[in-house]
Design a protein around this ligand. Structure first.
Ligand code: IMP
Ligand code: MG
Length: 200
């Protein structure tokens, strides 16, 4: 598998350090909100983390373990990169959005902010349920400020160049999510998978 990779953009040590920082930052901000709610110790079910499947799966697993507080997890599934594509085909909900979020402190977690279509859609659907607060958190952000303007993501791990990346949950045609670093793929690999899926 490592032979398929062209280079490493962010290595696993840098990821681990940054994820711990993001977790601490999020936890502190959420604790402040909970204190303002005056719900005292009765904060069961108040904080809901919502990873966007499937790319956020590795990130959220590490992130929640860096947040020493009561929280629960609900999933949202969005598809935007069907098969062997490296460009977004527009975000589509692939399963029902979690309900019962009114009055909750919600954090939507995704692997990467590119065009902003995915998080724009998820944020709109969740905001309609009137949560007490709604935060967006991504590990990576690509430089597409113009299209992303509508989506205010308050927690960003790393700014990366506009390249297609895999690893730490991010995939190409369903593979490479288990690569521990954020890496780029060799062009031959991308071409080979493309040829195979265009024949299928
Ligand atoms: P957006 O809707 O264009 O912001 O794209 C965000 C979604 O596309 C993310 O949830 C990712 O799953 C996927 N995505 C965007 N860029 C990449 C990439 O470089 N590698 C793998 N997946 C990506
Ligand atoms: Mg995704």
């Amino acid at each position: 598998m490592d032979h398929d990779l062209a280079g490493i953009l962010v290595d696993e040590r840098a990821i681990a350090k940054r994820v711990r920082e993001l977790g601490a930052h999020l936890a502190a901000d959420l604790e402040r909100d909970l204190a303002r709610d005056a719900s005292g110790t009765d904060d069961f079910g108040k904080v809901v983390m919502i990873p966007v499947m499937t790319g956020a799966i590795v990130f959220v697993a590490d992130l929640i373990r860096a947040m020493p507080m009561r929280l629960s997890l609900k999933l949202v599934a969005v598809s935007s990169y069907p098969g062997a594509s490296v460009q977004s085909k527009g975000a589509k909900l692939a399963a029902e959005i979690p309900g019962d979020l009114a009055g909750k402190h919600v954090v939507v977690v995704d692997d990467i902010l590119d065009s902003g279509q995915t998080l724009g859609l998820v944020r709109e659907l969740i905001a309609a349920q009137k949560p007490a607060s709604l935060r967006l958190c991504v590990l990576l952000r690509k430089p597409d400020r113009v299209r992303q303007r509508a989506v205010d993501v308050q927690y960003v791990g790393f700014e990366i160049p506009d390249e297609f990346v895999v690893g730490y949950g991010l995939d190409f045609d369903g593979h490479y999510r288990n690569v521990p670093n954020i890496a780029t793929l060799r062009t031959e690999v991308v071409e080979r998978v493309r040829r195979r899926s265009s024949r299928a």
